[in-house]
Design a protein around this ligand. Structure first.
Ligand code: DHK
Length: 148
């Protein structure tokens, strides 16, 4: 059976393609999610994608992932820098987590340099646009020892 990975995108990432393209790129969320599924399949991963703008919906999806998924890739958007609740949900999931950001958050405003998620992730990928999600999936696949 292939490993199951949930790719979570947080607030404002539904606006990808339209939102500040110099920072976040020109691909839409649908294109990024399609790429995650394709790359995941090549790596032997069964990828499910989820996006929400509200903290509660993100936490509910993480709680469900505890029961249904083997790993999580998350770009929590601005909640990365603010939400202890999302971090606690991720801890409680007890799965390998990879944190992704499209932009290089460390080259931006200082409030983006803080992440509540990084300390509980197996790794963090920032600044490579949607390629970061591919790196994250490859890292999980390697961890599950299937493919890459
Ligand atoms: C996305 C966001 O929405 C921001 O709030 C983060 C992250 C950075 C990204 O680069 O993907 O600060």
């Amino acid at each position: 059976m292939s490993a199951r990975v949930l790719v979570i995108n947080g607030p404002n990432l539904n606006m990808l393609g339209k939102r500040e393209p110099k920072t976040y790129g020109t691909e839409t969320l649908a294109q990024v999610e399609a790429k995650c599924k394709r790359v995941g399949a090549e790596l032997g991963l069964e990828v499910t994608c989820f996006q929400a703008n509200s903290e509660g919906l993100l936490i509910r999806a993480i709680h469900e992932a505890r029961e249904t998924q083997d790993g999580i890739v998350i770009n929590a958007g601005a909640y990365t820098h603010t939400s202890i609740a999302i971090r606690d949900a991720l801890s409680a999931a007890e799965k390998p987590i990879v944190e992704v950001h499209l932009s290089n958050v460390h080259a931006r405003e200082s409030f983006r340099h803080i992440s509540y998620i990084s300390a509980i992730a197996i790794g963090v990928v920032v600044g490579f646009g949607s390629l970061g999600y591919e790196f994250a999936l490859k890292a999980l696949a390697q961890r599950f020892q299937i493919g890459a």
